[in-house]
Design a protein around this ligand. Sequence first.
Ligand code: C5P
Length: 250
Amino acid sequence: MTAGAFPTAGARPTVIPIVALDVPDRAGAEAIVERLGESCAFYKVGLELFAAEGPTIVAWLRGQGKQVFVDLKLHDIPNTVRGAARSVARHGASLLTIHASGGAEMIAAAVAGALEGAPDGGCGILGVTVLTSTDGHGLAAAWGRSGPLDVQQEVLRLAGDVAEQGGAGIVCSGHEAAVVRAAHGERLGLLIPGIRLPGGDAHDQRRVMTPAAAADAGARWLILGRAVTGAADPVAAMGAVYADLEARAV
Ligand code: C5P
């Protein structure tokens, strides 16, 4: 696929690739965005880049015509989360993460704040359920419970809270996607990290999936990190992502 053949704003694929700007500063972000050009329309700004550059990085990306996922994983009292979500939405973010374990009231406050900041509903709230760095033992220890907790059950319970409070979706591993989809149907959009091109390096991710497999599992958004930004030819890697998704559609 040539750069000119990448899907444009008028013809977006139903599964949307988002490239993670896992860099320490704006110069690093600019290098990736410039390199990818039209091949990527949606970027993730995480804690590292946001802490370094603040919301000006969101404004800069919006100025480049890009959509922005602000991955701050908020978890605080409802009033504070509401204000933060309002501010992030005002800066033009399309997606913002919160920890679903903050409770139903906090999730509802995030959804309300995002609507105040973007009254057209342009900023969706995504819930992080159980971090993939945590297992059943870690969950039990953190919450003062005996014995390992059933991680899948916790993911489903927290996903239910996000759906009930009007969240746009959840972040989950491709391997949890089918069970979330079965429990919640289309109510929640699934954002799936750990994506690798067929035959690609897994890096430090234990459980990876191809774009097509994640799409088949029900993904609405895919997070692409090193599979694209670490590739010798990142534009060709994006082309391979779209090709993998398209091959599945025919
Ligand atoms: O594809 P790669 O492993 O480089 O992507 C890492 C990106 O995906 C990071 O931005 C990271 O925060 C995000 N992520 C992840 N695993 C999760 C949730 C998010 O790798 N469970």
